[in-house]
Design a protein around this ligand. Structure first.
Ligand code: URA
Ligand code: SF4
Length: 199
């Protein structure tokens, strides 16, 4: 049987510098070719916030606006997230915000048409995991807030179901470190809900 060519292997690890600070990590992530998602997307959207943050929020992947602006949660889901944080009494500057997957995955009927979000595959989430592992090692948050099913699957495995664990505190080993995690629904799911206010 032929061995797999390197381009068939999805993995960010060869691009992740060791013992790097946040700026070096972010610059390295801008050059990541660890999976095919970098090809159609505009840029890598790395996490933002202080490495001193006590809370890390993990979303799914950048959306259209995030891909254009290069920062996580600056589009409609981000606006809702800011409101939820304010209501929960969490200062956004006290949180580090990132995504399980760092490039925008989308479908587009034809060039110039609207880009429609497409969920990343488990393979893409796994490929991008080394960036999240590096962020976790650097920030060492006291709490990880999992925003939705994709982030949950990326951190806790493919059997994760947000409806079963929503709002509970989980203690799990993630990328070799003991972490406390709180899963919640993704702000985009709230935006799609029939009754937005109660969601
Ligand atoms: N949704 C996400 O999961 N992440 C973003 O950065 C924006 C929208
Ligand atoms: Fe690299 Fe992640 Fe982008 Fe894939 S999605 S190219 S693994 S940064």
């Amino acid at each position: 049987m032929p061995t797999k060519a390197p381009e068939d292997r999805y993995d960010a690890a060869p691009f992740v510098p060791e013992d790097a600070g946040l700026d070096v990590l972010r610059r390295a992530a801008a050059e990541c070719r660890g999976c095919p998602l970098h090809r159609a997307a505009t840029r890598t959207v790395f996490g933002t916030g202080s490495t001193e943050a006590r809370v890390m929020l993990v979303g799914e992947q950048p959306g259209d606006q995030e891909d254009r602006q290069g920062r996580p949660f600056v589009g409609p889901a981000g606006k809702l997230l800011d409101r939820a944080l304010a209501e929960a009494g969490i200062d956004p500057s006290g949180a580090y915000v990132t995504n399980a997957v760092k490039h925008f995955k989308f479908t587009q009927a034809e060039p110039g048409k609207r880009r429609i979000h497409k969920a990343p595959s488990l393979r893409e989430m796994t490929a991008c995991g080394p960036w999240l592992a590096a962020e976790l090692a650097l920030v060492e948050p006291e709490l990880i807030v999992i925003l939705g099913a994709t982030a949950g699957k990326a951190l806790l495995g493919s059997s994760f179901r947000v409806s079963q664990v929503r709002g509970t505190v989980l203690e799990e080993e993630i990328h070799g470190r003991p972490e406390r995690l709180v899963p919640t629904v993704h702000p985009s799911a709230v935006l799609r809900a029939d009754d937005r206010e109660s969601a």
